[in-house]
Design a protein around this ligand. Structure first.
Ligand code: ZN
Length: 368
């Protein structure tokens, strides 16, 4: 890995008309810029990811993600980033606009492959519009089939781009322009229609995503002198939930709801209770691979609605703590999780405080 991914996120986005800068607008539970960052990580192509921004953002946990200050124009931000990595010996550099969150990991891989025999590989799409060129009072009709609209990510041989960029004093809208102005060869490839640029708020409505729902249910018996875990949280109580694992009914019902929404069978298919290796396993460990698979198949959780059915302990006492724990475990905003407590009028096993049950409805979004 000797490639670097530069994410330009220093724009002011005036046409977006919002108090929150466009690049930090929350889309499907996370700020716009993270959609690109996550895909860059997923591609496993990059040794370093540079975020160029003029806003204060939380430093990511990953050491290979760096944040640097941008310039007053896009091309100046790009220049600053190239200067920053000048001595880092990267072979290739990818430059991407944060306002395009919908490219695919496959596109990154395709660009990288073609870079072996080219100094610049740029994705483009054609246009359906009828375009005229106005030069003073002269109008020229442009042939639609000859027009190409360049997109990002654009990728380059670092040395070639660095030289062109550091010599450049002109306003340019992307690095492809720089190559063209200097009569340098570009390998153009067909880009992705979905990889459009978010400029105004209306562009957010174009997002093509499908929503799916899943339901989960679980019940475990209470047993004296066992630790009680609900939603990954240890709750002080005289009894805990009996089971092959720690009996965390909330996490089990969430797992089943997520598997349901993504049509991936049920919890028993992944963690059969006759397997010794899962004996006494913490349910947080069961949740993890389920979440990884979810994100690998391009699913994102939209929201979780949870009914915890028990007489004791009182849900209202632990609601906030359980939601906080779930929010951390699932990397979801607290506003996307709801927890309701339900008693059963002292009826049956649950009413006699001998068991706790839970049901969950999950909604997930798929972007493919
Ligand atoms: Zn269970």
């Amino acid at each position: 890995m000797s490639d670097c991914f530069i994410l330009l996120a220093a724009g002011k986005g005036k046409r977006f008309k919002s108090k929150t800068l466009k690049q930090f607008h929350i889309i499907n539970g996370k700020p716009l810029i993270y959609h690109s960052i996550e895909k860059a990580i997923k591609s496993k192509i990059f040794k370093e990811i540079i975020i160029v921004t003029n806003s204060k953002i939380k430093k990511p946990k990953q050491k290979f993600i760096k944040i640097i200050k941008g310039g007053s124009e896009r091309y100046k931000s790009s220049q600053k980033a190239l200067e920053y990595i000048r001595n880092k010996k990267f072979r290739n550099v990818f430059i991407h606009d944060a306002a395009r969150p919908y490219f695919t990991v496959q596109l990154l891989k395709k660009l990288k492959k073609l870079l072996v025999n080219n100094k610049a590989v740029i994705p483009y799409i054609n246009t359906d519009h009828s375009v005229k060129y106005k030069n003073g009072s002269n109008l020229t009709n442009l042939k639609r089939e000859n027009l190409i609209l360049t997109q990002t990510p654009q990728c380059f041989d670092f040395k070639t781009l660095y030289k062109l960029s550091s010599d450049n004093k002109n306003y340019i809208t992307d690095e492809a322009t720089l190559f063209i102005e200097n009569n340098q060869k570009i390998k153009f490839i067909k880009g992705e229609e979905n990889n459009y640029k978010i400029t105004t708020k209306r562009d957010l409505d174009k997002i093509k995503s499908k929503t799916f729902y899943g339901i989960g249910f679980d019940i475990h018996k209470l047993e004296k002198n066992k630790k009680l875990y609900l939603g990954g949280l240890h709750i002080p109580y005289h009894s805990g939930l009996k089971g092959h694992s720690d009996g965390d009914v909330i996490l089990h019902a969430i797992i089943d709801a997520l598997l349901g929404a993504t049509a991936k069978k049920d919890i028993g298919a992944y963690f059969p209770d006759d397997k010794k290796k899962f004996k006494n396993i913490r349910s947080t460990k069961m949740l993890k691979p389920i979440l990884i698979n979810l994100s690998k198949s391009n699913f994102e959780i939209n929201n979780l609605d949870i009914n915890l059915i028990c007489e004791q302990p009182k849900v209202s006492r632990y609601r906030d703590k359980i939601i906080k724990s779930l929010s951390k475990l699932i990397s979801l905003n607290r506003s996307q999780i709801n927890l309701k407590g339900k008693t059963v009028e002292k009826l049956g096993l649950i009413g006699k405080e001998k068991a706790i049950a839970c049901e969950v409805i999950a909604s997930v979004i798929n972007h493919d």
